[in-house]
Design a binder for this molecule. Structure first.
Ligand code: ZN
Length: 77
């Protein structure tokens, strides 16, 4: 267990999925969010592509990092 986290933090964000997430998708909606306002979804191996395509289809800027990567401070373009 990593200090500063709580158990259950890393569950996939896909509705109905209880799988432990291996990825974090950081994204924002340019119409609602300023560049420094980054949202994050967690994704398991099965759903990372689904969630990335869901956001990509809306042309939201996004990046995929490891689920346990440090929280990003860099704005999304
Ligand atoms: Zn999942």
């Amino acid at each position: 267990m990593i200090p500063g986290t709580t158990a259950g933090d890393l569950t996939c964000s896909r509705a109905g999925c209880r799988t432990k997430a291996d990825f974090r998708i950081e994204w924002r909606n340019p119409r609602l969010h300023s560049p420094d306002r980054v949202k994050a979804w967690l994704a398991c191996d099965d759903h990372v592509d689904y969630l990335r395509e869901f956001l990509g289809a809306r042309e939201f800027p996004l990046r995929v990092v490891g689920a346990d990567a440090p929280t990003a401070t860099e704005p999304l373009p």
